[in-house]
Design a protein around this ligand. Sequence first.
Ligand code: PMP
Length: 400
Amino acid sequence: MRTEAAALPVERTEGCRIHLADGRVLIDGIASWWTACHGYNHPHIRAEVARQLDIMPHVMLAGLTHAPAENLARRLARLLPGDLDHVFFSDSGSVAVEIALKMALQYWINRGATGRRQFVGFKAAYHGDTLGAMAVSDAEEGMHRAFARALPPQHLLDLPRDAASLAALDDDFLNANAGSLAGMIVEPLVQGAGGMIFHDAAVLRRLRDLADRHGLLLIFDEIFTGFGRTGRMFAMEEAGVVPDILTLSKALTGGTLALAATVANRKVFGAFLADEPSAALMHGPTFMGNPLACAAANASLDLFEREPRLEQVAAIERQLARELETCRALPGVKDVRVKGAIGVVELARLDDVEELRRRFVAADAWIRPFGRVVYLTPSFTIAPDELTQLTDAIRRVLAG
Ligand code: PMP
């Protein structure tokens, strides 16, 4: 608490701009942790949330149901590939991951396979800050290191990027351990908070194949990548594979209200469709399916239908690739990479992250480097000249 820089008071947000209380205006490069995909204060989302506020801000979603949650579940099931048809709402990404893990564990319990209690996660993964989510994340990446020995042990392995890592996972590890595993969890295409590390679609196809051959459930965490961020509506579409369980949050409400979803396919749902009440998934977050949040999410899906978001992402990808490329020659820059509306400049080392953050604010840019990466994940509605101001700020600040 002594070392953290003082937070900047914000008065209001608008479009891709953050208005500070002292009169300065920052161009937002990260869309409030990758959530505000339509920009801030979109009139359609505000209107739909206001309409819902008049009718019913909240009612519990147990024994009772309501149109905003029902419509949203139906729309998500229609939008998602394959038979990802069964939607369980919660209120944050980490909780959606906890629910996914519990669903996978109980899938096996309900089927009488009580020994399948562990998960495979991957190096550099990040799935949230709660205990179960931390246990399948890479503690070495920093945020969770202090807790590593207090967490239920899981298997953190190399992603099968090439023949050698595939053989290590398949022949060495899964052949020996599959019988004690409930499933595997991965962030498709981009590992976000673990360092903005990309992998290609072939990795996901290999994981689907391994899960099928060794009889494991496959969980995709699209909390960061979902809703257009990597160029398709969902990252998994690029690989043409469908997981058994999927987690969504962040841009689900266009970044306006807290909401998350854990979506199961028919096979997983089928293991809970039983005559004994003990087969039920006993998880009931108080604010699950909050009507205001569901109204915001439905309005956000309207905007994906009515406005050319994926074309905007493609244009952002082209502009980021063009403008960030010039950073490659700067001293200390190790890599420049772009995927959809994600632009990353990776440094060889970053000793004083707070100083770098201060210099971005001085350049009127809201950019928050972490680890060794400086990254942009702007709103999809950002204007080309605003995006250029952000890439200029990165080039100028890194040039010293
Ligand atoms: N999974 C992924 C891939 C994430 O990026 C995050 C958040 N950065 C989470 C899970 C956790 O979400 P939340 O912060 O809403 O708990």
